[in-house]
Ligand binder design. Sequence first.
Ligand code: BMA
Length: 841
Amino acid sequence: MKNGRKLLLVLGLVLWCFDAVLADGVACIDLNGKWQVSREGGNEWIDAVVPGCIHTDLLVAKKIPDPFYRDNEKNVQWVSAAAWNYRRSFDVPPDVLDREYVLLRCEGLDTLASIKLNDTEVGKTDNMFRTYEFDVKKLLKAGANTVEVKFDSVLPFIRAKESARKLPTWAYPGAAYIRKEPCNFGWDWGPTLITCGIWKKIGILSFNTARLDDVLILQDHSQQGKVALSVNVVAGPSVSSGLKMKTVVEFDSREVASASAELNAGKGKAMLEVTNPKLWWPAGMGGQPLYNVSVDLMDNSGKLLDSSIKRIGLRTMKAVEQTKDTTMHFVVNGVKFFSKGANWIPADCFANRVTKDILRRYVEDAVAANMNSLRFWGGGYYEEDTLFDACDEMGICVWMDFKFSCTTYPSFDDSFIENVKLEARDNLKRLRHHPSIAVWCGNNEIMFFRDKEWSDKKMSESDYYKLFRDALGSQMKEFAPQVDYVTGSPDCGDVHFWKVWHEGKPFEEYRNIHGFVSEFGFQSFPEPKTVQTFTEQSDRESVYSYVMKYHERSNRMYMDVKEDGKIGTDKIMILVKQYFKEPKDFDSTLWLSQITHGYGIKYGAEGWRREMPKSMGCVYWQYNDTWPGSSWASVDYFGRWKALHYMAKRFYAPVLVSGAEDVKSGKVDVFVTSDRMEACNGNLAWSVTDVSGKQIKKGSLDVEIPAHTSRMVQSLDLQDEIRKMGVKNLLVWLKLDVDGKMVSDNMVTFVYSRELELCDPGLSADVKEKDGKFTVTLNAKCPALWAWVELDGLDARCSDNFVHVSKDSPATIIVTPAVLMKKKTFKKALKVRSIYDTSAH
Ligand code: BMA
């Protein structure tokens, strides 16, 4: 391949549409960028941006207030009730019209769209997840043209359907009738902001003879020392004879295999072998080498018609469903591994605001917290390629839900099924080559809506299986035959455990369940900086203020339900006060809710890691936020790590030391859990102190740490100490070194923190500066539990936070402020606190 062409193709991967017409091959007129939009029936046109949505266009034009501020969500509902017209003009070079095929390609229209070119209708669409192409050759003219896309409100549509036949649901009534991002209608962590617009790329494609309609790459790992690839191509639309294909596999910019083949009736297959293959592994298990597979399609004279490049990873991946002998788990390259992760939801109510950089940061932060998995939950949208690219590069295994969640669906309607099949086809073709996708899953929690027959609460088993087993299963077989498919979560034996949050049970309940825990969670408030973005001063008098409750949604799925949101706030506060001493003020309440949240999830996660392989996955609900508010997230809407995320970094550490306390027997069983691929040796040091930090007992032992194993290495019998000192006066400190380096530490108590009579730790910070980063050493005279650093009014990245500090064990945290600053300014902004500071004394 010539370098110039290669560059264009690589660029084309990122921007499939570039404003140029190539002499050969598929060309594109880019229709993204500046458009105009007007409300149907009005005559005021404002600037619009494509890809985008109506809310962000109105926001930029200052026609609506920020919907995230206070309860502004209520004031912008009229936007979703209206219809909106988008328009722009564009030039068509004359030679485009000489081409055999000229298509308008829309990669995402949200949702009920009618498209016109030069005032003539070219089509209508009703599924935001599909890619639509229309033949527009006859409608275009050389020179100036216009395109218009009208979006009808989805509300009258779904209301009419719903009144004809009501669908049992946990979500917005009738929303299941339309193929549109479910949580756009509101969810129990996000507002009701029903968007419309051209949310993905749009352009005009033109080509001669044929183009690549499909490239499916299959891998065969059955032979030692090599991976055989078959590259299966479909060319169209006309099935002319004499087409040829050439496939090249490159690694590290070097060609490692190539093959050519002739196409027959529009289909061709090239077989290649990659010798000494470098396998792709999840984070923590090995590297993520990626191979580029390029395909050139040529006519019989050798003229290039079309090209495609897919980046793949060589690996096998199995999603093993639960049986009576084994828990649900994943196997990569023959190695069974424990999944550590969280559930991903859309990172913004307005998808177009989520940039590539934001997506990469989330994946980096998942890896930084020692995760190897994320579940892309079924109530959002099929995520952007850039998110999968980042997961491919950093080794995050994706559990990929099709976008169906928490409601029954009209699968009794064959046209609905057909629509869904095309949606699945489009997204499978777009995404299937990503090595990060470990499994596709039919839906989220719809098995709870399944019964023998339809009723006012459930859908029939046969309609459930028609959609999730037969329709989606058939698309999987056809378009992604090497990726495992499960009909739903938790249909495959994974566990959604919600008794703690929804039923108010204590965190100890997590010890009574086992398996692959793909959902469990607890909420916390966001930190003060985030709260400030959506509140005014008076809203910050209490977490029970109207606006604070308004940004807590767990009992109020969508706007129409009249519920004051108090219940979720209560749930947080009840456990905060059960585990910790009453917080003394508003900010302390926010921080302490985060510590409670992190403490609870840690309690579950460590228990499941300890009992591996009885449990093989911990994927907490939820990773991120869609707007600023109280939620189960460990990273908030602005990307700020909540306490949970720092704690996750510790409880997901590759080698973990943890203790299971049993107050009845007075014992702490110390476990070492390893996800490493190789065995290693370590040294465990433990000590028991009273709450003032005075040492009572200590010991150490060498431990052998086999790969992928968890075992108890010591049982500490502390009955005597409990008798002498009292159960509320003991702290058990654990430290594990491997090769002389501390890899994990932990602290265990027999009672809730509320019952510990901690003394003033006199927490202090020693600050050193180097290259814009600050090394903060926290010292304490007596135990400072869950100590954290914060920069007043400024953002910063911390290497660690919410750590236990004692006299003998200072903590070192590297703080990188978001803006460069002098040491003096840093020291002035630095605040250090621990739970001692959150209650009144
Ligand atoms: C789970 C999810 C979500 C929901 C969460 C919290 O069941 O699948 O639908 O947001 O619980 O209630």
